[in-house]
Design a protein around this ligand. Structure first.
Ligand code: UT7
Length: 333
C-alpha cells in the first residue's frame, strides 16, 4: 500500500518582543558611533532589551500569543524545538522550561544551536518530524536574549543585536502543494574563528581569565563574515529557485535573516526579487539571531501581507558557519 505523502504546514504563529527600546542615539552615548553610521552600514534604527527575564520567558510569551490564535491546546503538543544561542542555562534546555511554563505536559523537545540559522534548521527538523507521520503538532521557536552576551564597550558588535522571540506551530497537511516543500542546508566549521563566543563551554570554562578577556561576549570579524554571508545566502537561495523553476515574480516574499540590510539587498538582487517583496524588521529589532525570521513571518502575516498560497523563500546565514534556504507555500487563511 502506498503511503500518502504528508507536508508540514505552519498553522499558527506568535511573537514577543520586550518593551524597552535602545535607539541609535543611546549608543552614541556609550561608544564612539553615530546614528548615521549604524543606519547606513546596517539598516538598524532601534532594538529591544529584555530587562527582567530570560530567553525561556520570552519564548513562553511568544507561545502564549500563538495559543490565543489556535484551537490547539498546549497539552496536544508532541514536541518543542527551541532554537537559541542564549539558553537560560547550559542545561536543562530552555525547551524544558518553556514546556513547563506553557503546560505542554505531553511534549518532549530540545534546544537547537545553529546561531542565526537556528530557526531555519529547527523548522526543517520539525517539518521532518511531521513528514515522518510520527508527530502531529510540533512547536518551533526562535528565542534569543542577545543583550545577555553583548559587550557594550565594543562598538563593532554592540549596536547590532537585540532581544526577541517568535514561534510557529507545525501540523500535517495532505495537500502537498502547501507547507514546507524543500530546504537546502549547510554547515562549515571553518567559520569558527570569525564569529563566536569563546568561553563558558568545555573549551574555555568560566574563569577570572575568561571574564577579564571578555570571552563571554560575542566576537565577530564583521568584514570576514559579511563576505561569506552575502555569497552563502544569495547562492543557496538562487539554487532553491533554480531547483523549483521559480522566477523572482513567482515569489511573494523573501524572508531573510536580519543581520545587515546590505546582505539582504544583495541576496534579493541575486534572486531577481524587488525590495517590496523582502520582509524587513532589522530597523525595529536589530539582529535577534534565531528570532528574526519567525518575527518577520508573524508580523507580515498579521499585517495581511503574507497570504494563503504565497510562495515564500526563507534564507539564513550564521556562526559556524551555518546557512541555507527553505521553500514553503503559506497555508494559513
Ligand atoms: O548574523 C549572523 C552573521 N553576521 C553577519 O552577517 C554580519 C556581517 N557583517 C556585517 O554586517 C558588517 O561587517 C558590520 C555591520 C558588522 C560592519 O560593517 P562594515 O561595513 O563591514 O564595517 P567594518 O567592520 O569594515 O568597519 C569599517 C569601519 C572601521 O573603522 P576603520 O578601521 O575603517 O577606521 C570600524 O572600526 O567602521 C568602524 N566601525 C564603526 N564606526 C562607527 C565599526 N563599528 C562601528 C560603529 N560605529 N558602531
Amino acid at each position: 500500500m502506498e503511503t500518502k505523502k504528508i507536508n508540514a504546514a505552519i498553522t499558527a504563529v506568535g511573537m514577543y518582543v520586550p518593551e524597552k527600546i535602545l535607539d541609535n542615539k543611546y549608543f552614541e552615548s556609550i561608544v564612539d558611533t553615530s546614528d548615521e553610521w549604524i543606519l547606513t552600514r546596517t539598516g538598524i534604527r532601534e532594538r529591544r532589551m529584555m530587562e527582567n527575564g530570560a530567553t525561556s520567558d520570552m519564548a513562553t510569551k511568544a507561545c502564549e500569543d500563538l495559543f490565543k490564535t489556535t484551537n490547539v491546546k498546549p497539552e496536544e503538543i508532541d514536541a518543542i524545538i527551541l532554537a537559541t544561542v542564549t539558553p537560560d542555562m547550559m542545561f536543562p534546555s530552555s525547551a524544558c522550561l518553556v514546556q513547563k511554563n506553557i503546560g505542554a505536559v505531553n511534549a518532549w523537545g530540545f534546544d537547537l544551536i545553529a546561531a542565526c540559522s537556528g530557526f531555519l534548521f529547527a523548522l526543517q527538523t520539525g517539518s521532518s518530524f511531521i513528514e515522518s507521520g510520527r508527530y502531529k503538532k510540533v512547536l518551533v521557536i526562535g528565542s534569543d536574549k542577545m543583550t545577555s552576551i553583548t559587550d557594550y564597550t565594543d562598538r563593532n558588535t554592540c549596536v547590532l543585536f537585540g532581544d526577541g522571540s517568535a514561534a510557529v506551530l507545525l501540523e500535517p497537511t495532505t495537500d502537498t502543494s502547501y507547507g514546507i516543500i524543500d530546504s537546502i542546508l549547510h554547515i562549515d566549521g571553518s567559520g569558527k574563528d570569525a564569529l563566536n563566543m569563546k568561553a563558558g563551554g568545555s573549551l574555555n570554562p568560566a574563569s577570572h581569565e575568561t571574564v577579564d578577556k571578555r570571552w563571554h561576549y560575542i566576537y565577530q570579524d564583521g568584514k570576514a563574515v559579511f563576505k561569506v554571508a552575502v555569497k552563502g545566502m544569495a547562492d543557496v537561495s538562487y539554487e532553491m529557485m533554480q531547483k523549483h523553476n521559480l522566477k523572482g515574480e513567482d515569489i511573494a516574499y523573501l524572508i531573510p535573516h536580519q543581520a545587515n540590510l546590505r546582505i539582504i539587498d544583495a541576496t534579493a538582487e541575486r534572486m531577481g526579487i524587488t525590495k517590496d517583496k523582502v520582509t524587513i524588521n532589522i530597523d525595529k529589532y536589530g539582529n535577534t539571531t534565531t528570532a528574526t525570521i519567525p518575527l518577520c513571518l508573524t508580523e507580515y502575516y498579521r499585517e495581511g501581507k503574507i497570504k494563503k498560497g504565497d510562495n515564500l523563500i526563507i534564507a539564513a546565514f550564521g556562526a559556524g558557519y551555518t546557512w541555507g534556504s527553505l521553500y514553503l507555500r503559506w497555508s494559513l487563511d
